[in-house]
Design a protein around this ligand. Sequence first.
Ligand SMILES: NC(=O)c1ccc[n+]([C@@H]2O[C@H](COP(=O)([O-])OP(=O)(O)OC[C@H]3O[C@@H](n4cnc5c(N)ncnc54)[C@H](OP(=O)(O)O)[C@@H]3O)[C@@H](O)[C@H]2O)c1
Length: 378
Amino acid sequence: MTKSPMARALALASRGRGNTSPNPMVGAVVVNATTGQILGEGYHHRAGEPHAELLALRQAGDQSRGQSLYVTLEPCNHTGLTPPCTDAVIAAQIRSVHVAVLDPNPKVSGGGIEKLRQAGITVRVGEFAEAAYALNLPFFTWALYHRPLVILKSAMSLDGKVATATGQSKYLTHAAALALAHEQRRQADAILVGLGTVLADDPSLTYRGRRRGRDPVRVVLDSQGHTPPEARLFHHESQAPSLVLTSDRASRAWERDIFTAGGEVVRLPEDPSGRISLTAVMEELAERRLDRLLVEGGPTVHSAFIQAGLADQWIGFLAPLIIGASGLSAVGGGYAWLSEAPGLAIRKIRKLGEDGVIEADFLASPVLQLPLSLVEEA
Ligand SMILES: NC(=O)c1ccc[n+]([C@@H]2O[C@H](COP(=O)([O-])OP(=O)(O)OC[C@H]3O[C@@H](n4cnc5c(N)ncnc54)[C@H](OP(=O)(O)O)[C@@H]3O)[C@@H](O)[C@H]2O)c1
């Protein structure tokens, strides 16, 4: 059985993982409509570089005439950093275009396929739509919900403790799990911790994996301005900015010290409990196009994201040891009744070296389901 060209386009798209932000990963394949032979392939490598469709059309050259294009996201019909892809598709005299999902970006939304149809091209939408949506979940979350995709990450003992009673937490897991944790950072646009973690662990929050990649933007939640200017996250060599999100309660002198240390202070509103409003945090990060947010705890911050209904995914690294009840749980607070406890759907469980890894989706998250509007044509 020959593989669907859309499956091939999705595989190509994923080659851009970790490099295309804030653009989505996109793949495209030009095939001979009669024989199914692949004539040209392309994927979006990074923002500012050519779109997948252009690369596939360029590779197919004159052979594109009268043939089919498979693309994982609706082609754009506006001029951004690159010219509209719809013009290139029309100029190449493609006869049919297969689109996995529509682009919710208001500048494109439905306009791309409309323009192709007006040019007499047959357009089909929806093949491999679920996979195409899942591939670019952070991009779709930003476009549809105006906030980042939120992934809570914890490294814990088998009994769910992230630190001992004496505060020891480094490093629970081993080399293979640490490498995956760094890959998670490479793919993230921003990484967030609370003041408690900065004071306890003094993390640098940089990407230190083997693959080529950039550091995520580092974000600290600190309502009163207690983050020490000498904290490692300001001094570890990195191109990535370090943001401290605080309130008007933080002193100007402290803000100057953070600035001098190389950090940026952003004052946001507080929630009724006097802590930084997570809704305001989401708006600030969305404004900066930080679409994929990795929250590396600790328990207070994890609990706050879950309580606010802002937790989408969970990644738990399980170290083969037991810490016991005196240790610190991965999530603070707690629920009196099972019916109140947030449920998750486990997506993946695997063993990595000596450790285990569980990836799961919060059932209450609104962003994980493919919206019909992205496959139904108006
Ligand atoms: N094993 C792991 O994966 C892992 C990862 C991280 C941390 N840890 C461990 O966790 C412990 C620290 O736990 P923690 O709970 O104190 O750290 P945390 O969750 O990182 O920080 C909590 C602090 O963040 C500040 N904050 C500001 N706005 C907030 C908001 N909207 N919601 C929640 N918090 C907000 C609060 O301080 P203000 O009120 O002063 O703003 C709060 O006390 C350490 O022992 C550390 O080693 C383990």
